[in-house]
Design a protein around this ligand. Structure first.
Ligand SMILES: Nc1ncnc2c1ncn2[C@@H]1O[C@H](COP(=O)(O)OP(=O)(O)OP(=O)(O)O)[C@@H](O)[C@H]1O
Ligand SMILES: Nc1ccn([C@@H]2O[C@H](COP(=O)(O)O)[C@@H](O)[C@H]2O)c(=O)n1
Length: 203
């Protein structure tokens, strides 16, 4: 039996952290859909056409550590504004969401476009400065030489593009539960998400 959890939100809001923990808690599989767009963006930077990169995408490309680079994130957000690129990635995500045994997908349009009938939907937000602070610490720990101001600029530019594109813009589904993690620890945010989903599973 399938049970789909859709977790959307802006860049570095904490949705991936929550999605991974929720998947581990319930024994579901997790898909970070941002990696699909990052893998396309990565190929674009190598001169491959965006649509071709999306159509030829294979799972092994999602393990590339360079997908975390800021220039790849920007390229991903540009590729994600192309409707044909999004269309090429839909079937894979929908099949993943409806796999037997339960699935958690995090991204921008999971609750609105990919899986509007998801059994549970969360929309995770946090103040931009907090998101930049957290992402900057994460990138520095991985050896990237970045400042909070640079990271904040990157997040703002991507949020702006993601919210204002014509196709599948970043926005909460009408029935999504809003979760603001600005003043929440990771443990508290995960506990809140688990509690909400447990309630919906029992319903
Ligand atoms: N509640 C929290 N308190 C403190 N740090 C957090 C919290 N939630 C997430 N983080 C940290 O913030 C960073 C960004 O979180 P995460 O990668 O989950 O965001 P995301 O929304 O999935 O980002 P992306 O849009 O890039 O996929 C990570 O380093 C994570 O450990
Ligand atoms: N469902 C999704 C997921 C991601 N995107 C775009 O990809 C960029 C990178 O995503 P991260 O989650 O890794 O930050 C993001 O800025 C979006 O443009 C998307 O459109 N839909």
């Amino acid at each position: 039996m399938s049970f789909a959890v859709a977790i959307d939100g802006p860049a570095a809001s904490g949705k991936g952290t929550i999605a991974r923990a929720v998947a581990a808690h319930f024994g579901f599989l997790h898909l970070d859909t941002g990696l699909l767009y990052r893998a396309v963006g990565r190929q674009m930077l190598d001169g491959v056409a965006a649509l071709k990169a999306a159509e030829m995408l294979t799972p092994d490309r999602l393990d590339d550590p360079s997908l975390r680079h800021a220039d790849v994130a920007q390229a991903a957000s540009k590729a994600a504004a192309i409707p044909e690129v999004r269309a090429a990635l839909v079937d894979f995500q929908r099949a993943f969401a409806r796999r037997d045994g339960g699935a958690v997908l995090d991204g921008r349009d999971i609750g609105t476009v990919i899986c509007p009938d998801a059994e549970a939907k969360l929309f995770v937000i946090a103040a931009p400065e907090i998101r930049a602070h957290r992402r900057c610490a994460e990138l520095r720990a991985s050896g990237f030489d970045v400042t909070e101001a640079e990271v904040l600029d990157d997040l703002r530019a991507r949020d702006e593009r993601d919210m204002n594109r014509a196709d599948a813009p970043l926005k909460p589904a009408e029935d999504a539960l809003m979760l603001d993690t600005t003043e929440m620890s990771i443990n508290d945010a995960v506990a809140k998400a688990v509690a909400v989903i447990e309630k919906l599973r029992g319903a």
